[in-house]
Design a protein around this ligand. Structure first.
Ligand SMILES: C[S@@+](CC[C@H](N)C(=O)[O-])C[C@H]1O[C@@H](n2cnc3c(N)ncnc32)[C@H](O)[C@@H]1O
Length: 226
C-alpha cells in the first residue's frame, strides 16, 4: 500500500491522448489520469453522458467526485449543465496538481474554457465557492478513506486510479461508504468494468448495470441506489 508521502512525491507528466486532449501520467504507477484513447472523450462519455445527462431534468443536483485531479470532469460538468439546473459539486482530492503542471495541461482548452479552468483551480480548498450563478464548488483536501459527510449525493463520479494501481479504493467497505453517501434514486458512475468491482458494488446494495464504454473500452459501470 502506498503511503501519503509516497503519493505526494510522485512525479506527474502531461501527455497527449488520441482525441487531441491531454492528460497526466504517473510513471511510478504507470497510470494515466484519463484514457490514452481520448481523455476528454472518456470524461464526456462516462461522467457527462452516463452521469450528468441522465439527471438533466432535475432542478437541483448534488455531485461528489472522487479524485478531483485536473478538474476536467468538473469543467465539463459546468459546460454541460442545463441553464436552469443548480449544481452543488464536491470534489475530493488529497494530492492536488501543482500550478506549473496545470498551466502546461490547460493549453488544450479554448480561451473561454481556460478562464473557467482557472476559476475552478483558484477556488479555495475546504470551502464552498460560487463559480457560476448556478454552480457551487467545494474542493475537499482529504483522502476518500477519511472523508465523511452528513449530506447525500444524487450523483457520484467515481474516478479513482484503477484497481491495479490503487486496489484499496475498489473494495466492498469503500463501496458501502459510497452507498451511504448516495441519495435514494441516485447513481455512481465509473469507467471501471471489472467483474469483482461490479460484484462488490452489488454487495454494497447498488443495482449494477453495464453500458458501452468510451473508445478503447468495451464497457463501463453504473450503480444505482433504488
Ligand atoms: C484517475 S485520476 C482522476 C482525476 C480527475 N477525476 C480528473 O478529472 O483529472 C485519480 C485521482 O484520484 C486522486 N486520489 C489518489 N488517492 C486518493 C484517495 N485516497 N482518495 C481520493 N482521491 C485520491 C489522485 O490524486 C487523482 O487526482
Amino acid at each position: 500500500m502506498k503511503t501519503e508521502t509516497y503519493f505526494c512525491q510522485m512525479k506527474r507528466e502531461v501527455k497527449s491522448t488520441h482525441d487531441g486532449s491531454k492528460t497526466l501520467y504517473v510513471p511510478e504507477l504507470d497510470e494515466h489520469y484519463h484514457s490514452i484513447h481520448g481523455a476528454r472523450q472518456e470524461s464526456e462519455h462516462v461522467f457527462i453522458q452516463w452521469g450528468l445527462k441522465q439527471s438533466s431534468s432535475v432542478s437541483s443536483l448534488s455531485i461528489l467526485e472522487v479524485g478531483f485531479g485536473t478538474g476536467l470532469n468538473a469543467l465539463l460538468t459546468v459546460l454541460s449543465q442545463p441553464n436552469d439546473q443548480h449544481i452543488q459539486y464536491v470534489g475530493i482530492e488529497p494530492f492536488p496538481v501543482d500550478e506549473d503542471l496545470l498551466a502546461e495541461y490547460s493549453v488544450m482548452f479554448s480561451p473561454e474554457e481556460q478562464v473557467l479552468f482557472n476559476q475552478l483551480h483558484q477556488a479555495a480548498w475546504n470551502k464552498s465557492v460560487l463559480i457560476r450563478s448556478h454552480f457551487q464548488l467545494e474542493k475537499v483536501n482529504v483522502k476518500l478513506e477519511n472523508y465523511s459527510a452528513i449530506e447525500q449525493f444524487d450523483l457520484i463520479y467515481f474516478d479513482a486510479f484503477g484497481p491495479r494501481a490503487q486496489a484499496e479504493l475498489w473494495v466492498l467497505p469503500v463501496f458501502e461508504k459510497m452507498y451511504r453517501l448516495t441519495r435514494k434514486g441516485g447513481r455512481l458512475v465509473t469507467y471501471c468494468a471489472k467483474g469483482q468491482v461490479k460484484r462488490d458494488l452489488k454487495s454494497a446494495g447498488f443495482t449494477v448495470t453495464s453500458v458501452p464504454g468510451p473508445p478503447g473500452k468495451r464497457e463501463m459501470t453504473i450503480a444505482t441506489k433504488f
